[in-house]
Design a protein around this ligand. Sequence first.
Ligand code: FAD
Length: 373
Amino acid sequence: MLSRSLKRSLLPAIFLLLVVFLVLSTRPRLYSFQGQIMGTTYNVSYVANLFTHPVKEVSKAVYDALADVDQRMSTYKSDSELMQFNRSPVGEPFRVSQDIVQLVQEAQAISDMSDGAYDITVGPLVNLWGFGPTQWAAVKESPGDEDSHELANAPEFVKWIESQYPGHIPDEMAINEARTKVGYQSLKADIGDSTLTREKELFVDLSSIAKGYGVDQAAAAIRALGIEDFIVEVGGEVAVQGVKPNGKPWRLAVIGPEMGKNGISALVEPLDKALATSGDYLNFFEVDGQRYSHTINPVTGWPEAKRVAEVAVIADTSARADALATMFMVLGDEKGLELANRLGIAARFAYYTDEGFETVTSEAFKPYLVEQP
Ligand code: FAD
């Protein structure tokens, strides 16, 4: 039993410890968490203090936001809103969530800007070349065809195995047949009725924009909790806001294939904007030394094989940056840089040369670049 005098002498020490604990736990610090979704990973870091924003609360809000986008906009879930639309009767308006209509309208505007180089109706070609949820490549057009639904519900490991198949080059006839089902002009979006209409057989694939949209939704969920300083990354698409605990801006490394020191192509500070990258070195297969990546030219029906290895785009939203990066992968560095400079888009192109890589940067991208140490 402690004597009264001893207790009295310990009080200041206990009080001091309490003050130190309160100061430390209320002082804003960096907290982080990770997860998996949309066939990829996500990472979040945010600046808060221990009491106001525990990791459990923030990570649940982020997961719920991402899972909502995944459930509604995935082509890998046979019951997603998007896949129900992809099986809806041709010519009949199909009601979908407002944000899907808005995302389609944003995608259509980027299709117009690129004369169709970017086109979310490219799905039949993506699936044919084996870059989509391959089991859908076999999907019959008639809705309700049971065995294709069976395939679609295959366990993740089956999809993983399928996705690991060595690539194959489809025959010309299959490519031409798939091309007849591509064309964003035949996809009608009506924001008033919140409907989409397929004016011919189409398979809409939002993989090039909805991951970025998931980042935007996760950022909105963090902001709704009252957190002002954070960074959200999903499968390489990133949104940042505010500053790090030391008051400095968030700094991102654009990582390319063997580019620059330790693969870092550039260091950027996006300052409350979003950064997206697309490349031909993450999702591809090779046949006879020729690389076929998952970026498909909707006009030719073949994977784009220009010399661009990677494009990084900074834009106000992650969805827009995501779609623009895919668009530039199809346009290539020459046409792409001309368009980026004409429209004031912040884009950085890395392309293959005989000696390795070269990079070119649009005027709008330059202010975000940070000199590499
Ligand atoms: P990006 O360049 O951002 O997008 C490339 C993708 O865009 C291609 O894969 C193709 O789908 C499409 N595309 C190709 N050419 C064009 C073009 N010319 N115009 C428009 N689009 C084009 N993957 C899994 O393995 N399992 C999953 O469960 C899974 N679920 C997903 C759920 C959602 C909601 C989303 C959006 C994607 C999901 N994915 C899944 C796909 C995976 O995340 C993709 O690899 C990723 O979305 C492609 O992004 P990227 O940054 O790799 O390439």
